[in-house]
Design a protein around this ligand. Sequence first.
Ligand code: GTP
Ligand code: MG
Length: 604
Amino acid sequence: MSNGSPTRTPLQTRNLAIVAHVDHGKTTLVDAMLKQSGLFRANQAVEERMMDSNALERERGITILSKTTGIRYHEYKINIVDTPGHSDFGGEVERALKIVDGVILLVDSSEGPLPQTRYVLSKALEARLPQIVVINKIDRPDARIDEVLNEIYDLFIDLGATEEQLEFPVIYAIGRDGVANHERDGASKDLQPLFEQIVQTIPAPTGDPASDLQVLVANLDYNDYLGRMAIGRVFSGTLRHGDEVAIAKLDGSFQKTKITRMYSFEGLNRIDETLGITGDVLAIAGVEGIQIGETITSAESPKPLPPIQIDEPTIAMTFSVNNSPFAGREGVHVTSRKLRERLDKELLTNVSIRVEDTGSPESFKVLGRGELQLAILIESMRREGYELQAGKPEIVTKVEDDMRKEPIEMLLIDLPEVYVGVIIEKMGQRKGKLSKMVNNGTGRARLEFLAPSRGLIGLRNDVLTDTRGTAIMNSLFHGWIEWQGEIPIRPTGSLISDRAGKATAYAMWNLQERGELFIEPGTEVYEGMIVGENARDADLNVNIVKEKKLTNMRASSADEAIRLVPPKLLNLEQAIEFIREDELVEITPKSIRLRKKILKANQR
Ligand SMILES: Nc1nc2c(ncn2[C@@H]2O[C@H](COP(=O)(O)OP(=O)(O)OP(=O)(O)O)[C@@H](O)[C@H]2O)c(=O)[nH]1
Ligand SMILES: [Mg+2]
């Protein structure tokens, strides 16, 4: 056990979160901070982006969940929360901000502030958290350091920052190389200037270790031996191993319990603790049934902290039991009870997700912050052995002042000039209004739109196709507006298998001029399964299992000459973006299939 000395004071603790737009280098900077705090042996091989520890994070190269680590710097203990930068995971950032006393706002030296920079900064300003601005990746050949700094000032002003808030310190960094400086061409070769700045700018926790206990629970964890664990921050008082405490539940009740284990965070490890004082961030066991937002507090004079409240979900999808003809072939968890249990488990840790009943016991309405967030949930479920079907994502609307309102988003598209016309036209169809256009003379332009969130569903694929993969798109929830009327959906129909069987190369060869095919030859299909996109606007039932009649065969060499256009195998996000209201994505651990809700051709 370490660190249990009661002589420690909150003055030696710093709690901060690193926030930024996606990919601006947060997790990489944390790597460098961990390495330079002496946690590893000199030549110890460590992975890149150590904090991105779950499989989906590593595969996709993005952070999905906020995670806490801690380092030592001289006599200080610095707890760092690495947050995700993708807008769908904004709930993770909001939650992280509840347990810190300041933030590092990271901005890429070339990309500058982007929509999620705006979002995280607005949340930090709202919470009155001091910031250290880090202009990162200054090694980029296309760095625009001075311009970016000006853009950051503009953003602060735009968000109503006070004079005092505008006096943020600026650090220039190459996170990947572990270098930080106060001046853009400073001589420091390590992160010393950043560590110093943290100690100076991020205030020590206030609150009295001698007063009544208040620990806010911001995250949950599970341990096979210890059961459910709460990850929280001590806001006041002192917590000891074995203490009898109360959990102030979200419903206002109190539940007595005994603390059985406590850990602090150090690098990638957890350190056994006997004592936690004001300001400490701890993982705590002995709190079975605890939920995010609840307070662990004194049993004698309980003082709950305000529960964590975060922004509402904006998108909904129906998850239902797989009832396709292939149901149960590939998954282990296939019943509605299993589905419900899994969703309930998700609700415990994923604060920005909601689940509603639909009137049918077979399906649930799952609400979240975006398509990616829901796709990640589905992806995790299929890896755990679940089968399910997902419907087309819908935007959450609300009625206010007798008016039906829908969310709008600020959308930023950075693209080569030549595509500006095409994209403005496309956005027009999706009810987007161009609000700003910047052309910085480099051959690329930046378009800013206000568009209904509905109009953004499936947009990414479209824009990438139109711009040959060169556009960069970012969007941010902007507010609510009056329902904008119908938005034309996918202009194409589906190619639908009219019978069960195995797709043949011969049939596919004949079908490929109709549109793009989604499956490989040999794939097993059922009646009502979508096998491609029809170039025309109506659905078309096709026979994709047709065998070549032997009598018509010229020679066997002709058969080998069949050259199929490679099929477009949709990944989960693409499949979700593709389907219409009367279609579903069928997800199993092994397959992603698309289908009509009504399978029988003669019933559609
Ligand atoms: N040139 C350059 N690239 C960097 C630097 N720091 C990070 N990168 C690269 O930027 C990319 C994104 O890095 P991450 O650390 O995953 O970014 P992040 O902000 O954690 O991303 P999310 O968590 O998904 O929002 C990676 O390819 C890094 O190698 C840097 O200082 N210079
Ligand atoms: Mg990251």
